[in-house]
Design a protein around this ligand. Structure first.
Ligand SMILES: [Zn+2]
Length: 212
């Protein structure tokens, strides 16, 4: 039950004793959590799902996918997105994302974690540092991207949906993009994630996940 609903019902207790029993009944009969929908897949509350975000082909370069894992917690809370492999040749955070898979338990999680396990599959597979092998663009400088752009722009568009409303933090081997990254990078990420919160907040959430 939303916190504001509890507060409202407590105020109702002042008006009449009978209404004091309402929150207890409502909490006991709380409806199941709404699924988290991403790329047409509905992830039920308390479950984990691997999803490949589709990136369609264009006239100039091929289709690809962005593999993500969604942990939709059993309990309501914020959405945290963690993005790795923006530079597909930087392996450490990609491996860290793999290690994180078994450390997040959606059955006890409060909120939702969207783990972008490898944002730049083409660069990873072809071992190209920093830029996309087809259009030579830097994904880290391309957010929020374009649905009808070159492959790098389409990857950026697919991997940062505005509808997630997530706190976000790109996990890179060099440094966290925000707040210690370049101003341009932070601005491009903020444009991509309208409700962006700071990387420090994301780090705190991650520490809670890891310690809890
Ligand atoms: Zn990098």
């Amino acid at each position: 039950m939303p916190r504001h609903a509890i507060l409202t019902s407590r105020r109702a207790c002042i008006v009449g004793l009978a209404s004091c029993f309402w929150p207890v009944t409502a909490m006991a009969q709380a409806p199941p959590r709404a699924p988290f929908v991403i790329a047409g897949h509905a992830v039920p509350g308390g479950q984990r799902m691997h999803v490949d975000l589709p990136v369609a082909a264009s006239a100039s370069d091929p289709a690809t996918t962005v593999p993500v894992t969604v942990f939709h917690g059993a309990h309501p809370g914020q959405v945290l997105a963690i993005t790795t492999g923006v530079h597909g040749y930087e392996f450490a955070p990609i491996l860290a994302a793999q290690a994180l898979l078994d450390r997040i338990d959606p059955s006890t999680l409060r909120g939702t974690v969207v783990l972008v396990r490898l944002a730049h599959v083409e660069a990873f597979e072809q071992r190209v540092p920093y830029v996309n092998p087809y259009d030579r663009k830097n994904l880290n400088r391309t957010f929020p991207g374009r649905a009808d752009g070159t492959q790098t722009e389409r990857i950026a568009w697919a991997s940062a949906p505005r509808s997630w409303h997530a706190a976000t933090c790109t996990s890179k081997s060099t440094a966290a993009t925000a707040p210690s990254g370049s101003r341009r990078s932070r601005a491009s990420m903020a444009a991509s994630w309208p409700q962006v919160r700071t990387c420090q907040r994301a780090s705190m959430t991650l520490r809670r996940i890891n310690s809890g």
